[in-house]
Design a protein around this ligand. Structure first.
Ligand code: PLP
Length: 360
């Protein structure tokens, strides 16, 4: 089976096999990693290794803290506001699709007297969704931060150009993290829900520059307080230990196959193969300009939508699962996260070509 789910997504087979072997006896403890204290020296060693591997993989500078938190991606939508906006602050949200809209809505809900501005950065050019990055230096405002989402999972839109900003950049990398190289030092804070390129859902990774913690915060729940989590090594309360363990295994796996530079090449190749199939076939279409086509989430429609059900049914029979597009946008979506092998995409392309030939 090749699982194209957008999240929770497939995990590397090697990691899942190792986890299966260790399920009842982790690290010679005679019990599962889920059943030991998060404060035991064995678990602390695991967390230290996880952080060190993540720092190495993403080349995270020393002045950044790495947090392993609860609450997934959406948990961070509110944490960012509560930690950085203060009572009188102002922030800018760039909107490029469903997830950046959801982050904006959460900020508006929590802002109180503070001010939230937003800018829609997607336009239709020749019928294709196109990202137009604004020149932020031309905006005369004093923002605490600018928030954006470089990859919109639902819409299949990705922003590859680096954002240039006079204010700290906060990025929702839930569906981008570790899929390609990024320069962490450009960001005030990066967050990501784990369930795409990292591990089980619920966990979120936060990478925050030290000076950001000096911004005024709103009163908030302690477990979402970055300062408190830094002080407590992400263990103010009981952390999601199994998710943390699996994340550690995924980091080790990624290192073993050559790190982010190496997986980025494969990711590029996978996306290219699939877009070539869509473009080369009048049977399918994609509505995003080439420069902003997502490498992680390839959205496409059948020109004859009446065949959607049959496409999904036949794909399932061929072992290609979870290709249905998000309910908001419909159509199809193939998510090609790090764990999806090249062979999975080759199998999908073969199926799509055969299906098109049969029904044209
Ligand atoms: N941000 C992005 C870009 C996502 O793709 C998702 C979900 O898949 C989220 C945020 C929300 O994550 P969660 O469901 O963990 O809250």
């Amino acid at each position: 089976i090749y699982n194209f789910c957008a999240g929770p997504a497939m995990l590397p087979t090697a990691v899942m096999q190792k986890a299966q072997q260790e399920l009842l006896d982790w690290n010679g403890q005679g019990v599962s990693v889920m059943e030991i204290s998060h404060r035991s020296k064995e678990f602390i060693a695991l967390t230290e290794q996880a952080e060190s591997d993540l720092r190495e993989l993403m080349q995270i500078p020393a002045n950044y803290h790495v947090l392993f938190m609860h609450g997934g991606g959406r948990g961070q939508f509110s944490a960012v506001v509560n930690n950085f906006l203060g009572e009188q602050g102002r922030a800018l949200y760039l909107v490029s699709g469903q997830w950046s809209s959801a982050a904006l809505a959460e900020a508006q809900k929590l802002a109180g007297e503070a001010q939230i501005d937003s800018l829609n950065i997607v336009e239709k050019h020749n019928g294709l969704n196109t990202v137009i990055l604004p020149d932020l230096h031309k905006i005369d405002a004093d923002y605490r931060y600018v928030h954006y989402c470089p990859n919109e999972t639902v819409d299949g839109i990705e922003i590859f150009d680096e954002l240039d900003s006079p204010w700290p950049i906060i990025a929702d990398l839930s569906s981008t993290i570790m899929s390609r190289e990024i320069d962490v030092s450009r960001y005030g804070l990066i967050y990501a829900g784990a369930q795409k390129n990292i591990g089980p859902s619920g966990l979120s990774i936060v990478i925050v520059r030290g000076d950001m913690l000096k911004l005024p915060s709103l009163s908030q729940s302690s477990i979402m307080d970055y300062r408190l989590q830094v002080e407590h090594g992400s263990m103010f309360n009981t952390p999601p230990t199994f998710a943390w363990y699996l994340a550690a295994e995924v980091f080790a796996w990624l290192k073993s196959i050559g790190g982010i530079a190496s997986i980025a090449k494969v990711n590029q190749q996978k996306a290219q193969m699939l877009y070539q199939c869509i473009d080369g076939n009048a049977f399918y279409r994609n509505g995003v300009i080439a420069a902003n086509r997502s490498q992680m989430n390839v959205t496409f429609q059948l020109v004859n939508e009446a065949l959607d059900g049959e496409f999904l049914k036949q794909a399932q029979i061929a072992g290609l699962v979870a290709l249905k597009g998000h309910r908001i946008v419909g159509g199809m979506r193939a998510s090609l996260y790090n764990a999806m092998p090249l062979e999975g995409v080759a199998a999908l392309v073969k199926f799509m070509n055969e299906f098109a030939a049969k029904h044209s």
